[in-house]
Write a protein that binds this ligand. Structure first.
Ligand code: ATP
Ligand code: MG
Length: 256
């Protein structure tokens, strides 16, 4: 295997079981995936299919019941240094409002990255991250969350994730709370980022319609398992699994 073949981040046979015995839920069941620089991979599936559990495993917020996590081919499943890991792998979640402390300005929220960055967290770096998501630092740094629009809040959350210059960004329903036009703007921010910085993005959504706009590869999850995966065009336009067809049927404009 040459070095180019080694994925940036890979999950191998990841499994996470919650509960025991008859009540056990296999929230993620033998899922393998590989993220590469500059690629957007989408995980799509209905509510409860295990998408967020997979995200939390990849973020090392949960320990897998079975399977491995490899960063640059190195097994990091149980290494103790999560701080170093989180400099490489960052996340954005669904509801930016709940992630904010309402009494914190944007400046103060961004300063929390000091935990991971130490003295490397400079004003210039904060400004750079805000500009990367199309915000003017002077406009937003002094504001409180309620003084920002929903789209601005989600951009701030992406900027905060970018502060550490991660190589992987996991976006779990990061656009689901936004209306169609704001969603398109955020999706553009993500696609620009991967082109400019080579960021690998894992985009998680219950809406297969969103998958086709941004992603290079799609994984379809159902009941913790990947039922179908491949290049976006193949999965969207030539789905082999009945479940994928059913998800697509809810997006009539795709085939119209
Ligand atoms: N901490 C937990 N303890 C017990 N069960 C859990 C826990 N977290 C998730 N589950 C269960 O695991 C399954 C997958 O949940 P998960 O949140 O990963 O799905 P999801 O695809 O993200 O759904 P949604 O689209 O609603 O966000 C569900 O059956 C859920 O109830
Ligand atoms: Mg979820």
């Amino acid at each position: 295997m040459t070095t180019e073949d080694v994925p940036l981040l890979a999950g191998e046979h990841l499994t996470r079981v919650f509960g025991r015995g008859r009540d056990a839920v296999r929230a993620v069941d033998d899922v393998s995936l590989a993220l590469r620089p500059g690629e957007i991979t989408t995980v799509v599936g209905e509510s409860g299919s295990g998408k967020s559990t997979l995200a939390r495993l990849l973020l090392r917020l949960l320990t897998p019941t079975a399977g491995r996590l490899l960063l640059d081919g190195r097994d990091v499943t149980r290494t103790s240094d999560t701080t170093a890991y989180w400099r490489d792998v960052q996340a954005v979640f669904q509801d930016p409002f709940s992630a904010f402390n309402q009494f914190f300005t944007v400046r103060r929220l961004m300063a929390r990255a000091r935990r991971l960055l130490g003295p490397d967290l400079t004003d210039a770096r904060v400004a750079e991250a805000l500009e990367q998501v199309g915000l003017r630092p002077g406009d937003v740094l002094g504001r409180y969350p309620h003084q920002l629009s929903g789209g601005q809040r989600q951009r701030v959350m992406i900027a905060r994730a970018l502060l550490v210059r991660p190589r992987v960004l996991i976006a779990d329903e990061a656009t689901s709370m936004l209306d169609a036009s704001l969603r398109a703007t955020i999706l553009n921010v993500l696609t620009d980022l991967r082109a400019e910085t080579g960021l690998a993005i894992l985009f998680i959504t219950h809406d297969i319609g969103q998958a086709c706009y941004v992603s290079d590869r799609v994984l379809v999850m159902r009941s913790g398992r990947v039922v179908e995966s491949g290049p976006t065009d193949e999965v969207i336009f030539a789905p082999t699994h009945e479940y994928t067809r059913r998800l697509l049927a809810d997006v009539p404009r795709l085939h119209g």
